[in-house]
Design a protein around this ligand. Sequence first.
Ligand SMILES: Nc1ncnc2c1ncn2[C@@H]1O[C@H](COP(=O)(O)OP(=O)(O)OP(=O)(O)O)[C@@H](O)[C@H]1O
Ligand SMILES: [Mg+2]
Length: 403
Amino acid sequence: MHVAALEWLTFGLARMTEAAHRRGLTLHLLTADRTEYASELRRIPPGHLVVHDVDTSDATRVAKQLRTIHGLAGLISTTDVGSRVALEVAAELGLPSQNADAVRLARDKAALRRHLHGAGLSRASQVTVDPFAPDAAAVSGTLSYPAVLKDVSGTGSEGVWIAYGPDDVPGILGAARNGRLRGGALTAEPYFTGPLYSAETLSWDGETRLLGVSSRLLSPLPYFREEGEAFPVALPAPRREELSAWVSAVLDGIGHRGFSHTEFIVTDDGFEIVEINPRMGGGLIGELLCGAFDADIHAAFVDMALGNRPALFDAPLVPVRGMSEVHLIADRTGVFDGFEGEHLLTGHPGSPRLHSARVPGQTVDSITDWRGSVGSVLAEGDTAELAMHNAAAAARLVRPRII
Ligand SMILES: Nc1ncnc2c1ncn2[C@@H]1O[C@H](COP(=O)(O)OP(=O)(O)OP(=O)(O)O)[C@@H](O)[C@H]1O
Ligand SMILES: [Mg+2]
């Protein structure tokens, strides 16, 4: 039997391939650019993964390619940009899929905010702004400040701006017009102040299980680049209960099925959602979960792709260690040429390991969003806090070379 993945996250493809292989399944990757997975592909034993080069933004071509795979039983989608095509193709080929309405709602940040506000799960609503509309700047008088203006279907912290006051809005609209707007419009909402976390969850049949909470360290403003994550954050039991009930209400309320990570800010007035991602966290989040639980959570992707309740949902999950990732950020755009200092990781506490997101020769187009992260140092510790200190200390030793 065969399962297919429509693109994948930066990391985790090798683990996913092995999870499928252990179940006697062959994994197929459909990708528009296999060089994105160069580091992962090097770790996959020959014959375990079949790579298909196809324009993954085109549902017709994807469906045509999938029809060539005899015995295809499921389609896995883990990326924001591929999520809509995956739903369309799964419906056409009669394959199990996520709840289409939930994915569509989560991928429209304006509609999601209105939904949450209407359901009493967010204090604020939003205003949709078409940056090309002649009177777009007029909206500046109606916002409360500081405000965030972001791509309604953004990903990777591209197309996110903070406006401290009305005077900032025209410049932001200009930048949005010149940039890559995936959703074609911006959503404006209040800037919630506080630290950012993410609830890592698995949902099935109207129930949500909180696997744990990961932390997020961000770059200094005006950018929102993620620079570090740790898992599992030790919340006091009542806080965890409160969070678990809240995130279940949010996800079950939209009918989500599968992995998800709900990013939220802890404000002085309670939790505020930043966004719901109907997929597992990016970067090395999958690796952090596997390490913390000493279990391979990718088997759940196989279960769900086949339309079955994931065994992970009912498995006892007790964290055995903390895990953290600290990103290695390019200091300028250019061509990535490898890392300096990797040898210094030997003997450093926390068993740090370098994970490269790029292969030498690839270009770094931007350093203000996810594209600036060319790799990460992953480290462990007795707790998430100690893992984060180990990863941060170790990451200082390694420097991306850009030429
Ligand atoms: N209303 C808000 N208040 C405060 N910060 C916000 C708000 N909305 C977005 N942000 C910040 O901007 C970042 C990016 O926003 P968001 O998560 O919606 O976009 P994204 O591009 O989908 O992110 P990802 O990198 O997770 O794919 C968030 O991580 C958060 O730090
Ligand atoms: Mg986000």
